[in-house]
Design a protein around this ligand. Structure first.
Ligand SMILES: Nc1ncnc2c1ncn2[C@@H]1O[C@H](COP(=O)(O)OP(=O)(O)O)[C@@H](O)[C@H]1O
Ligand SMILES: [Mg+2]
Length: 259
């Protein structure tokens, strides 16, 4: 079930280095939000705080709040493993488990969560997740072949199938198309449009056309210099950000003057 994400006064550190400063934003359920901005402004760092992946790096920590439907992910007694089941992630490079079959890749996350399943339940989940990722028709006759035998675009959809198989509330995607060709990219963009009916989606992208095609809302981040923290500069409807931004640096970035 799609849920609301609310980030309040978030500071994100790597040891003493403040990488992202003072971010507050609210992301509504059943929407796609794009994070854009020049390299190093903290898009990936911020994204990883939304499923507590940030803190797996030694010395990494946050100050502030990240709420999912009102519950603080960083509150006392919250299990990061449960958070990561509710908030799935898809990375830049498709990363299916190479020796595992397509079928086992899809249910890998579910198995990690120790859910016991009958063979028929597993079969249903595999089909449903692959259908959800628009991959079923392409792989239904070779479910027992390794996931690594698929094309890059198919592998990325397999990773999306694996992420949605655990029924998360939120899907985070960090430049999910940057390693893909244009046709595969369009397939993923179409898929994102469908997935937003079920999940709250946040996507980091360097591709301005992609941000304007897939997202409802866009957040522009920037840094004032090396070693300075990334900050949220402007967050608005995607059409406003691309057609009528309120901040000069947003306009400079989207029109390709830097970054
Ligand atoms: N594991 C890490 N340890 C220390 N600093 C990091 C780490 N990952 C990223 N950073 C730093 O945090 C800042 C933001 O990086 P990142 O979130 O990757 O930016 P973006 O995704 O916008 O390109 C950069 O200065 C980067 O060097
Ligand atoms: Mg990044």
């Amino acid at each position: 079930m799609s849920k609301r994400i609310e980030i309040n006064d978030l500071n994100v550190y790597y040891s003493n280095f403040l990488a992202v400063e003072g971010v507050s934003l609210t992301i509504e359920p059943r929407t796609v939000t794009a994070f854009i901005g020049p390299s190093g402004c903290g898009k990936s760092t911020l994204l990883r705080t939304i499923n507590r992946m940030h803190e797996v790096i030694p010395g990494a920590r946050v100050e502030g709040e990240v709420l999912i439907d009102g519950q603080d992910l960083y509150g006392p007694g919250i299990d990061p493993v449960v958070v990561r089941r509710q908030v799935g992630m898809v990375f830049q490079r498709p990363n299916p488990f190479p020796t595992m079959s397509i079928r086992d890749n899809v249910i890998a996350g579910v198995k990690l969560n120790n859910r016991k399943m009958s063979k028929s339940d597993a079969d249903n989940l595999v089909e449903q997740s692959l259908q959800g990722a628009n991959l079923w028709n392409e792989v239904k006759d070779r479910l027992d072949k390794p996931g690594s035998g698929l094309s890059g675009g198919q592998q990325q959809r397999l990773c999306i199938a694996r992420a949605i198989a655990v029924s998360p509330d939120v899907l985070l995607m960090d430049e999910p198309c940057s390693a893909l060709d244009p046709i595969s990219t369009l397939a993923i963009e179409d898929l994102i449009g469908e997935l937003k009916n079920e999940f709250t989606i946040v996507i980091v992208t360097h591709n301005m056309q992609q941000a304007s095609r897939v997202s409802d809302r866009t957040a522009f981040f920037n840094i004032s210099g090396t070693g300075e923290p990334g900050k949220l500069i402007e967050f608005d409807d995607t059409t406003t950000i691309f057609e009528n931004p309120h901040v000069q640096s947003t306009e400079d970035y989207i029109s390709g003057r830097f970054g």
